[in-house]
Design a protein around this ligand. Structure first.
Ligand SMILES: [Fe+2]
Length: 260
């Protein structure tokens, strides 16, 4: 089972549309060129930049003809209503009308959480109801490895300005995850740079952006900014109960991409 995790494409429309749309399209082309082909793609939030319906229409143009299953997660730049209007009832949201859902692949369960907290300053929250739902989903299929996907990293990563807009109920999520040892990965975005850490007895990976990367700003009195590091995505290989994660760089790499 191969899962490609893309993040933070920030698709938009208008004069600034070119770069983020091209970044996502190129990353998906790189996914298609992998052998073996991944079984699915998950995009861990900030699908679009402003949460506008026309941006979701643009996203649909990019992923609509993509031949592999794509699972969408909401980020703090997304708008839940516009996302559900555009993708509710489609395979891109697991066939349902909720931004949190699960997809039972033959060899793994992909669980997508909705950490979007409207009105916050960019931070996220899951809430008790969703955490209870997650607990039930994980308990219901303990024989298959599970990958839990959300936008906000649920623990501090040592980048103070980003940690300040993290997940408010990360500890509660850790309690749920800790009860289910078949969770082989918790995967997040939000940071626009790759990070790996232990979390709740499993491994948390944060994917880089398919658009642009942020600075490694580990001092609270320094600014966060953008830096011309490579775009990329993570490739999670689930095999024999374990999981190995590879970083696949896209923009600066000589790797093959294919059209679709
Ligand atoms: Fe983002």
């Amino acid at each position: 089972m191969l899962i490609a995790q893309l993040s933070d494409p920030h698709v938009t429309t208008g004069p600034l549309a070119t770069e983020p749309v091209a970044g996502l399209h190129r990353a998906l082309g790189r996914v298609l060129a992998l052998r073996p082909r991944p079984d699915c793609v998950v995009i861990t939030g900030d699908l679009v930049d402003q949460g506008r319906p026309d941006e979701y229409a643009a996203l649909r143009e990019v992923i609509g003809r993509f031949p592999l299953p794509v699972h969408l997660a909401a980020g703090h730049h997304d708008d839940r209503e516009s996302l559900l209007d555009a993708f509710g009832g489609t395979p891109w949201l697991g066939g349902g009308f909720s931004a949190y859902y699960h997809v039972d692949h033959p060899n793994a369960t992909v669980v997508v959480l909705d950490s979007l907290a409207p009105g916050s300053d960019g931070g996220g929250r899951l809430g008790e109801e969703q955490l209870g739902w997650l607990d039930g989903v994980l308990a219901g299929r303990s024989e298959a490895p599970a990958v839990v996907c959300l936008h906000h990293p649920p623990a501090a990563v040592g980048i103070p300005l980003a940690d300040a807009i993290g997940l408010a109920d990360g500890e509660a999520l850790a309690e749920v995850i800790g009860r289910h040892p078949h969770v082989v990965r918790v995967v997040a975005g939000h940071l626009h740079r790759p990070v790996t850490m232990g979390f709740a007895g499993t491994v948390l990976t944060v994917a880089p952006s398919t658009w642009k990367q942020s600075t490694l700003t580990m001092s609270a009195d320094d600014q966060l900014g953008w830096v011309a590091e490579p775009t990329g995505f993570l490739l999670h290989l689930l095999d024999q109960g374990g999981c190995v994660t590879h970083l696949v760089q896209v923009s600066h790499a000589a790797g093959l991409t294919v059209g679709y």
